[in-house]
Ligand binder design. Structure first.
Ligand code: SF4
Length: 83
């Protein structure tokens, strides 16, 4: 990959901005809304092993799994549910 390619650089910047936006979204959750760190990691590990996981997204609901897993009341939309 050419590191000077504008398209590649733009794509990288977009991805970084997107990741930042997700992190900001999670940071804005109140302690009551937010999943505890241990459970959050467990959820993400299950997503990483799931055939419906693609590029940070859940193919079933279209959510960014890192954002979905961060909310304590969220659940996996898969059948059967993985978390
Ligand atoms: S189906 Fe469930 S486990 Fe699989 S990616 Fe979606 S939220 Fe994660």
């Amino acid at each position: 990959m050419d590191s000077n390619c504008r398209t590649c650089m733009f794509s990288k910047i977009e991805k970084e901005q997107l990741q930042k936006n997700i992190e900001e979204y999670i940071d804005c959750l109140s302690p009551e809304e937010r999943t505890g760190e241990r459970l959050y990691k467990e959820r993400l590990e299950l997503c990483l092993e799931c055939s419906n996981f693609f590029n940070g997204l859940c193919r079933i609901c279209g959510c960014f799994v890192s954002a979905r897993a961060a909310k304590i009341r969220s659940y996996c939309p898969g059948i059967p549910k993985r978390w």
